[in-house]
Every structure is written in structure tokens, then in C-alpha cells.
Design a protein. Structure first.
Length: 191
């Protein structure tokens, strides 16, 4: 009897897998880009949408200036910044590691250089990226080419620069700093 019970459970399990696969094949995943995205919205069932934050990285980047770092997610000192990568950025450096994620289908190069001793950050506890006003004088470390879904680490106390042939959307995970721009009233859904 145990053998028959096992066969029934296996058949039921296969039927569930079949149903799940059938449902999964009906779901279409669409990837966004700066030129083609759906803004989306919060759909509150029994609440007010003003109690929720919602923003779209593509929509924010479309309205941003090149390399403007617009905050669209925050948790205490930690932020997610949307960046419209277009052309060549200035050089930045940071007292802590940061991470960059390419959200668009256009490749972006991340160039890394060491800083000379005279270019090191004065305050090693400073949060967020800082603009480097001169070219880095240290040794070239190399570059990383990131495409959609690729992530790169921006190491602390190193200079980095973005280079994008075509406009693209980047998300930077960092700490809120002097270059972080907050525009909550403009970027969040209010109704």
C-alpha cells in the first residue's frame, strides 16, 4: 500500500509542476530601458497610496542631468542613487566602498585609478561620493565594462569615472553624501 501511496504523491507532484510551468509560460518578463519603460504605480487595496513610496529608476534618469545622483531609496544613512550615464563623468572618490548596477541595455565603462597621497580624502569617515576636481595622479588600475544586470564594486579610496557612449541608467548603492540629490516630491507617486 505504501508503494501505491508513493506513486499517487509523485503523480500529484508532477501535475503541480506541470500546472506551475503552464502558468509560468503565461507570464511575460519585460526589461526596461531609458527609451522604453512602463512607469508603473502603487495599487493600494485598502489604504492610501501616500503611505507608500514608489519611484521608477528609468523615469528619474530620463529627467535627470548626466551624472546627477538622485536618491530614490533610503534606509538611515544608506541610499540608492539613480544616475543617467551619458558621455564621460567627472572623477569621483569615496571613503567607503560603493556598488554600481547597470539597469539599461547599453554598456558603461567604469575606469579605476589609485589616488596620489595628496589626493586622499581628508576625512576618512565622510559619507558618500566626493567629486575629484583634478585628474587622478595615481596608477591606473584598469576598467570594467558593465552591461544590463552587471554590477561592479567601486573600491574605497580609489578614483572612478563612468564612460557611456549612449545614455544608460545606473543605480549606485552608497551612503548619503554631498552629491546626493533628494527630489521626493518630484519622483514619488502621490495619488
Amino acid at each position: 500500500m505504501a508503494h501505491r501511496s508513493f506513486k499517487i504523491r509523485v503523480l500529484m507532484g508532477l501535475h503541480q509542476v506541470f500546472l506551475q510551468n503552464k502558468l509560468m509560460s503565461q507570464i511575460l518578463t519585460r526589461f526596461g530601458s531609458l527609451e522604453d519603460y512602463e512607469k508603473g504605480r502603487v495599487e493600494a487595496i485598502s489604504d492610501d497610496v501616500k503611505h507608500y513610496a514608489f519611484s521608477n529608476c528609468y523615469d528619474i534618469a530620463k529627467r535627470a542631468k548626466p551624472y546627477e545622483r538622485v536618491v530614490f531609496g533610503i534606509n538611515q544613512i544608506y541610499v540608492l542613487e539613480v544616475v543617467r550615464a551619458e558621455g564621460v563623468s567627472p572623477w569621483y572618490h569615496c571613503a567607503h566602498d560603493e556598488f554600481v548596477l547597470n539597469m539599461d541595455n547599453k554598456a558603461v565603462e567604469v575606469h579605476l585609478m589609485e589616488l596620489s597621497s595628496g589626493q586622499r580624502m581628508v576625512d576618512p569617515e565622510k559619507n558618500g561620493a566626493v567629486l575629484l576636481h583634478d585628474e587622478p595622479l595615481g596608477k591606473k588600475m584598469g576598467w570594467i565594462k558593465i552591461g544590463r544586470g552587471h554590477q561592479a564594486m567601486l573600491p574605497k579610496n580609489r578614483a572612478y569615472q563612468f564612460r557611456a557612449v549612449e545614455a544608460s541608467v545606473l543605480i549606485i548603492q552608497t551612503c548619503k553624501g554631498e552629491l546626493s540629490v533628494e527630489r521626493w516630491a518630484e519622483i514619488c507617486q502621490t495619488h
